[in-house]
Ligand binder design. Structure first.
Ligand code: ZN
Length: 558
């Protein structure tokens, strides 16, 4: 049995088999069912979207022996002859090969004669825009006064080239490029019918390459089937299209996340040794980043491919949205600059390294200190426009002047007071003393917010503001009491007094820390604003400092 190419074998024979183009189908079906059809139709649209297919189904609908309807029987001899391409009253002309006026005349001379078999004589003129001016004039005469037994179906990829006089006499339908999912879904349907094994992602890949054309998709599918000896797998399709495996792109993003420059260049080397086109690789990276950005903004969007969806979701969480936008811009620039690179691989390598440079470091969450001490200093471009028009925006870390942290007293020995006496506790050393205690979280909150009043008769009098009264839980008091007993080596108890203010404005550790933090913040801000390097960056790139991103750096010697 000879092999029939899929595009021919699976050419739709009825309107219900047509994929997409619903807007055109509805108009044609209504017209047919109400038997109110125009005498000239123009189907425009890019290659392989179904222009001539629709025209042929229309010709069949008009000539079916069962009567004019949108559902031709497919059984009668007229239907079968149209399907087989030998119906005498369907005159198909490829205008690209018949542009001379004589050809058109010869064609139109026969218009006046009644159809020999069917109800209507149907002229299907493909690539009608290729006709010469004089041919158009000959055609126009017929279009102005068409015999009632004639229908003209024109198809064109370039309707702009048609004279307005022709356009105005046609009912025009603009066929759309098919969507990715429409194509991949149809390929899957065909392969199931043909009992050919396939990977779903391979079909997505083919659909991508077909770029909206079902005919191209089917012809690629034919190639893929023979390339893979009857099995349409990811590997075969990748090899056939010379495309980049999603897994390789994922490895590149993972290497970026891990700040692993060595691995990044290994990925590039691998693409090179597989003979991949780096322009295609950059396109694939762009598509991937675009999908991640979409997921970040519209998390519940359906990406059609479950397996990939999970992986992309992970990236969407691991990268922040700003970074993905930035990486996208870098890849876009990399693609633009690729022709100027010494060779494509070095251009690609530079793009990867630039992505690595501008991929901000993730810092660990803040420490248990109440002051946040991690230190990314981020400077962002003023507007997204500056990302596009200038150069990659800047994310940089700059060291800033070190600022003293409060000096914490060392813990004193607990049960061996110096020269037999107890350590002294006073307003002056209260905050230092309690800072050295190891306390549970609740007791720590209580201790930090209490001010020392006095120590008398084995009682420690502390004050707590009323608004923080909730911190004085029995458990927290008990823990603090125990810590103080151990520190002083005395059997003391705590007496808490609550009021609007602390007595004598005695300090608490919390207040001291807030003051220190404020001073550090102010100083950090000053040193950033006065930093010549930062100012140079601001000037060169139109960047501005985001005040809330300025954080004092921790002083590790403390
Ligand atoms: Zn029929």
């Amino acid at each position: 049995m000879s092999y029939m190419v899929l595009a021919r074998k699976w050419r739709p024979k009825t309107f219900s088999e047509v994929v997409g183009q619903q807007h055109v189908l509805r108009a044609l079906i209504n017209g047919l069912d109400q038997d109110r059809l125009h005498h000239a139709f123009l189907f425009s649209g890019t290659r392989g979207v179904g222009k001539t297919t629709l025209a042929r189904i229309l010709a069949k609908s008009l000539n079916c022996e069962q009567g004019v309807s949108s559902t031709p029987c497919g059984e009668c001899s007229s239907c079968q002859e149209v399907d087989a391409g030998r119906f005498v009253d369907l005159i198909e002309v490829d205008a690209a090969s018949r542009t001379k006026v004589d050809d058109t005349r010869e064609l139109l001379d026969n218009v006046q004669y009644a159809p020999s078999r069917g109800r209507y004589k149907v002229y299907l003129i493909d690539e009608v825009h290729m006709l010469s001016t004089s041919s158009f004039n000959a055609l126009l005469k017929t279009l102005e006064e068409p015999p009632s037994h004639v229908k003209f179906l024109f198809a064109t990829t370039d309707p702009q080239k048609l004279p307005v006089t022709i356009l105005s006499r046609c009912l025009q339908f603009n066929l759309r490029r098919l969507e990715l999912t429409q194509i991949s879904g149809h390929l899957a349907y065909i392969l199931e019918q043909e009992k050919v094994k396939f990977d779903a992602t391979a079909l997505t890949e083919l659909a991508h390459a077909a770029d909206g054309s079902m005919r191209d998709a089917l012809s690629l599918l034919d190639q893929a089937i023979s390339f893979g000896a009857g099995n349409v797998s990811n590997d075969h399709v990748h090899q056939m299209l010379g495309s980049i495996k999603q897994q390789q792109l994922h490895s590149i993003l993972s290497a970026l996340l891990n700040h692993d420059g060595k691995n990044l260049l290994e990925q590039s080397q691998q693409l090179s040794s597989q003979g991949r086109d780096f322009n295609v690789a950059l396109d694939a990276l762009l598509a991937l980043l675009q999908r991640i950005a979409t997921l970040q903004m519209v998390p519940d969007i359906d990406l059609a491919d479950e397996e990939q969806h999970q992986q992309l979701k992970m990236f969407a969480q691991q990268f922040d949205p700003e970074t993905i936008q930035l990486l996208y811009q870098i890849v876009l620039h990399g693609k633009r600059d690729l022709p100027y690179a010494a060779d494509p691989k070095s251009g690609f390598d530079m793009t990867l390294l630039r992505m690595l440079c501008f991929q901000p470091t993730k810092f660990a969450a803040n420490t248990d200190e109440s002051i946040q001490q991690d230190n990314p200093l981020s400077i962002k471009p003023m507007a997204s426009q500056s990302i596009i028009n200038t150069s990659p925006p800047i994310k940089t870390e700059a060291p800033i002047a070190a600022i003293d942290k409060p000096v914490m007293a060392d813990s004193r020995p607990l049960s061996s007071p110096i020269d037999g006496s107890s350590p002294v506790l006073s307003t002056d050393n209260w905050t230092q003393t309690i800072a050295s205690f190891k306390l549970s979280a609740l007791a720590r909150q209580l201790a930090d917010n209490c001010a020392f009043i006095k120590l008398a008769n084995n009682k420690i009098f502390l004050s707590l503001t009323e608004e923080l009264g909730h911190l004085a839980t029995p458990k927290a008091q008990e823990r603090l009491e125990l810590a103080l007993q151990q520190h002083l080596n005395l059997d003391i108890s705590i007496v808490l007094t609550q009021g609007d203010h602390h007595q004598n404005n005695s300090p608490t550790l919390a207040i001291e820390r807030a003051e220190q933090a404020s001073i550090k913040q102010q100083s950090a801000a000053e040193s950033i604003h006065n930093d010549p390097a930062v100012n140079a960056i601001k000037q060169a790139f139109g960047a501005r400092i985001i005040e809330s991103s300025i954080k004092p750096i921790s002083n590790k010697e403390d």
